[in-house]
Design a protein around this ligand. Structure first.
Ligand code: ATR
Length: 280
């Protein structure tokens, strides 16, 4: 490359941060598209978030991603947040505008629905009810994504029932809370099942859910990507369900962020997936 007039900069703020795969992912694209730039891990504690975000324009950053524990706090700091980020209650991507102000966006819902599209191109979101397990931050993004795709009914199930009820009340129809005790029966007639909890992750117990009532035509999705095949996905695959692992959501949420910062809509390729899979 011959003397670009600007070195492109972006990164991810979190604490801890060294486990993040985002630098490898965006670094791959910068290289692949021949851009002079870097995407760096930024170890920022909660109390340092505001100062770190406000420093982005002065440092010449195009923006940054946010991960644990900053996604909710960033919503209160940015100068403007997209309606979707406000609805989800979290920001996972910040764009530095020309005047130095900070715009908060959320691409987690996009990453989720695009990863389903990639793995199940014939999926019709309006084909039937979805069952969503978990009512934390990840669940909020997934509920928004499923609602916006036209899923006709969303059965929300959480270990702590009050949290599912509050979330169902906040999002409104088609989301409704179903008691934890009724989770196995709630799978009846479902077209999509999504685990948004950390159950099944390395070091955690498997999600405690009997799949007998789930139609074999249903798509089973886990947002956990370490391991790639959780006990839930293994059980679903064994009985004939199509499954989608959590890596696609990570890969696809990065696309619109990269485009917003650097002007190129990058592709999620088998080569990129293999590169990130090798780090799991
Ligand atoms: P995130 O932002 O990643 O979604 P979170 O807000 O901490 O994380 O939410 C974690 C989700 O996993 C919650 O729905 C949580 O259920 P509770 O609201 O009852 O805590 C769920 N979860 C965590 N450990 C669980 C377990 N052992 N069994 C069932 N659900 C669990």
């Amino acid at each position: 490359m011959s003397h670009p007039d600007r070195f492109l900069l972006a990164g991810v703020m979190g604490w801890p941060i060294m486990h993040s795969r985002s630098p490898k992912l965006h670094g791959y694209w910068l290289d692949h598209y021949g851009l002079a730039g870097a995407y760096v891990p930024l170890a920022i504690k909660a109390e340092g978030l505001e100062a770190a975000l406000r420093a982005l324009p002065a440092l010449g950053f195009a923006g940054c991603n946010l991960t644990i524990p900053h996604k909710e706090a960033a919503l209160r700091i940015v100068d403007e947040a997209s309606p979707l980020a406000r609805r989800i209650g979290a920001v996972n991507c910040i764009v530095v505008r020309a005047d130095g102000s900070l715009e908060g966006r959320n691409y987690d819902a996009f990453g989720f629905t695009e990863s389903l599209r990639e793995r199940a191109p014939d999926l019709r979101f309006d084909a039937g009810p979805a069952v969503v397990i978990g009512a934390g931050g990840a669940s909020r993004a997934i509920l928004a994504g499923l609602m916006d795709e036209g899923v006709p009914e969303i059965r929300l199930i959480n270990r702590s029932p009050a949290r599912a009820q509050a979330l169902a009340a906040e999002f409104g129809a088609p989301v409704r809370a179903v008691p934890w005790e009724a989770k196995a029966q709630a799978l009846e007639g479902a077209a999509i099942l999504v685990n948004t909890t950390s159950q099944g992750m390395v070091g955690e117990a498997p999600l405690d859910l009997a799949l007998d009532a789930l139609p074999v035509s249903a798509l089973v999705v886990d947002i956990v990507y370490a391991p790639l095949e959780t006990p839930l996905l293994a059980a679903a695959r064994a009985r004939g369900n199509r499954v989608v692992d959590g890596l696609g959501m990570l890969l696809h949420q990065a696309r619109p962020a990269f485009e917003a910062w650097f002007g190129i809509d990058p592709k999620v390729t088998p080569e990129l997936r293999a590169l990130i899979e090798a780090t799991l």
